[in-house]
Design a protein around this ligand. Structure first.
Ligand SMILES: Cc1cc2nc3c(=O)[nH]c(=O)nc-3n(C[C@H](O)[C@H](O)[C@H](O)COP(=O)(O)OP(=O)(O)OC[C@H]3O[C@@H](n4cnc5c(N)ncnc54)[C@H](O)[C@@H]3O)c2cc1C
Length: 160
């Protein structure tokens, strides 16, 4: 894990300070990095490429609106309801479930739109995913999720 970037007087990176970490399961369901003592290193550097994957939703809006987050830093909102702790604020997709798949983003986007409609109008005529989608499409959706989770060798909790 990189702990520090060092730059010269022109702002160009010259060194990276790193330390080895072990990912340890925490009580709230997430994982946190635990530094390995004595593994600190300094690397001469002139170019840094960031390849970090999904690190959780950005915090700007979350903090400004005081939206509650779960143990993995995603926005806390139940599947199927999508309401956050802030009245009138809904969350869906990666922001709610963590890194996932386009098919889930589409599915949750539709379902969250339905819940927004219910919130604004008092009732909704928008269908649920299960009502409007043929069984064959649902099998495809489930299949795609399983394929992705096998392909990336992710723990099931990171996708669902
Ligand atoms: C490198 C990479 C490869 C992937 N490959 C695949 C793949 O092959 N297959 C697959 O199924 N999934 C893949 N995924 C996952 C997939 O892209 C996501 O699950 C999906 O895009 C999530 O959709 P979303 O609508 O929840 O979020 P996003 O697609 O992240 O959309 C959120 C949008 O909100 C906007 N936004 C953020 N903050 C604000 C703000 N304050 N105001 C206004 N707008 C804001 C962002 O600009 C963004 O356009 C990949 C993801 C990554 C990063």
């Amino acid at each position: 894990m990189t702990e520090k970037f060092v730059s010269d007087e022109n702002g160009h990176v010259t060194k990276l300070h790193t330390v080895n970490v072990e990912w340890v399961a925490s009580e709230n369901g997430g994982f946190s990095p635990q530094k390995t003592p004595g593994s600190e290193k300094v690397w001469p550097t002139d170019l840094v490429l960031l390849a970090m994957g999904f690190l959780g939703p950005e915090n700007t809006l979350i903090e400004k609106l005081a939206i509650e987050q779960d143990g993995r830093s995603n926005v806390k909102a139940d599947e199927g309801i999508f309401k956050t702790n802030v009245d009138g604020v809904f969350a869906a997709g990666d922001m709610r479930r963590g890194q996932s798949l386009v098919v889930w983003a589409i599915n949750e986007g539709r379902a969250a739109a339905r819940e927004c409609d219910r919130y604004l109008m008092g009732a909704t005529q928008l269908g649920t995913f299960k009502q409007t989608t043929p069984k064959s499409h649902r099998i495809l959706l489930d299949g795609l999720s399983s394929m992705a989770f096998n392909h990336f060798q992710l723990p099931k909790s990171s996708l669902f």
